[in-house]
Design a protein around this ligand. Structure first.
Ligand code: NAP
Length: 307
């Protein structure tokens, strides 16, 4: 079988786009395969304040700058929702949901994570009716309203600050009294007069109005079991994320939670298959760590192809 590409990168978040810059700049026939808009989680992020050279830049602006850069050395940009990657002689075959296939000598997986759901009744059906996992996309719909954010990590706190531009009040509901977010985000939240923090509460049930839209959320105290009905027009769960790695699950390269196991060269257990960014088993999930992973994987792909 003719192999189409030397390097096929699945996913165009910061890691995938960096891998594309390095691989195509090294002269490799490179393609990026993406199922959505370029940028990954960046396009759902309001402000980025910890990416060197920009003291503050919107996620969308950074994503677009990276996207333009990622194509500057000749990488191809393809559309496809990948459902499976298989090893074939001389490389890999990548299957998309539409049945289309792509072949490449090297594959770099960079598909990140998907937002975790609360698991409450009707959560799926309420998407667009008051449940949202993307403050940047939907926050403006809730101007002068009260909204609730669930979670105590960086995403919950940073997106709560973003929501205060529109909402009259933002209530953060946390199940513990310990934040996972860094201190800078905690300080920003604590000094914002529009934000209230309720600790030791877990979400129990969405409350609905007569039109079937969210009118609030019932939360329960973790110690006393007392419940409160919080009136709110929208609920934004930011409770972490799971790896988007199901298309690799048959290859035996993921841990029990689905995160990909790689060595420090971003190599999986299968020669020629690399994984980078948030989908990997790692301790620090950041834009800079994803871009670092992307450069390492592309450099090693070059060595692999020329060895
Ligand atoms: P996270 O750091 O894992 O935080 C998840 C939060 O949701 C925690 O407060 C957790 O509580 C809570 N939670 C989990 N399951 C819950 C449930 N069923 N009900 C109620 N609360 C629940 O997730 P994240 O904020 O999405 O961040 C993901 C990764 O991206 C992290 O590594 C983070 O550092 C990184 N990130 C970094 C930045 C930045 O540096 N600017 C921005 C965004 C994300 P417990 O603590 O009790 O488990």
């Amino acid at each position: 079988m003719d192999i189409q590409y030397e390097v096929l990168i699945i996913g165009s978040g910061p890691g995938g786009m960096t891998a594309a810059i390095y691989a195509s700049r090294a002269g490799l026939n490179t393609a990026i395969l993406e199922s959505s808009a370029p940028g990954g989680k960046l396009v759902k992020t309001h402000l980025v304040e910890n990416y060197p050279s920009y003291d503050s830049i919107t996620g969308v602006d950074l994503a677009m700058k990276m996207h333009t850069h990622s194509l500057a050395f000749g990488a191809n940009y393809l559309y496809g929702d990948v459902v499976k990657v298989d090893k074939i002689e001389g490389g890999f075959i990548v299957h998309s949901a539409t049945g289309e296939t792509f072949t490449s000598k090297v594959v770099i997986s960079a598909t990140g994570t998907v937002e975790r759901q609360l698991g409450l009744t009707n959560e799926d059906k309420l998407l667009g009716k008051g449940v949202s996992y993307c403050a940047v996309c939907d926050g403006a719909f809730y101007r002068d309203e009260h909204v609730v954010v669930i979670g105590g990590g960086n995403s919950a706190l940073e997106e709560s600050i973003y929501l205060t531009q529109f909402a009259k009040k933002v209530t953060i509901v946390m199940r513990r009294d310990v934040f996972r977010a860094d201190k800078a985000a905690q300080d920003n939240v604590k000094r914002n007069p529009k934000i209230e923090i309720l600790q030791h509460y877990i979400p129990k049930q969405f409350l609905l109005d007569e039109l079937g839209k969210v009118s609030g959320i019932k939360i329960q105290h973790t110690n006393t079991n007392e419940t409160i009905d919080l009136e709110a027009k929208a609920v934004f769960p930011y409770i972490g994320a799971d790896p988007a790695s199901s298309y690799l699950s048959h290859l035996g390269i993921t841990d029990e939670e689905g995160f990909v196991l790689v060595n420090q060269e971003m190599e999986t257990g299968i020669p020629g298959l690399y994984a980078i960014g948030d989908m990997n088993s790692k301790t620090l999930r950041q834009i800079v760590t994803a871009t670092g992973d992307g450069s390492i994987a592309a450099q090693n792909a070059f060595k692999f192809l020329h060895s």
